[in-house]
Design a binder for this molecule. Structure first.
Ligand SMILES: [Zn+2]
Length: 85
């Protein structure tokens, strides 16, 4: 893991006041990192890993379809140009 990636994790693994649960938009309890199999498909570069940070609450993560839902929401945000990192 490069220094840059490690620094990014340090910053990104805190929950900020502006963070919301990706599913219910409530107050998040946890931070997830979505790592797509094909980074290029998700706006990344060939040969480089792409990490997309999101927040979620304990309640939503109990849903069986939660991870599929996360992928769906992140995909929709990406399509709409809402992903900034
Ligand atoms: Zn939630």
């Amino acid at each position: 893991m490069s220094d840059r990636v490690r620094d990014w994790f340090k910053v990104s693994l805190q929950i900020y006041d502006s963070d919301i649960c990706i599913a219910c938009h409530g107050v998040p309890d946890h931070i997830g990192i979505f790592q797509p199999d094909d980074p290029v498909e998700w706006g990344g570069y060939e040969g480089k890993q792409r990490y997309i940070r999101y927040c979620f609450c304990a309640e939503c993560s109990k849903e069986e379809s939660f991870l599929r839902f996360v992928e769906f929401v992140i995909g929709a945000k990406y399509q709409m140009g809402e992903l900034t990192q």
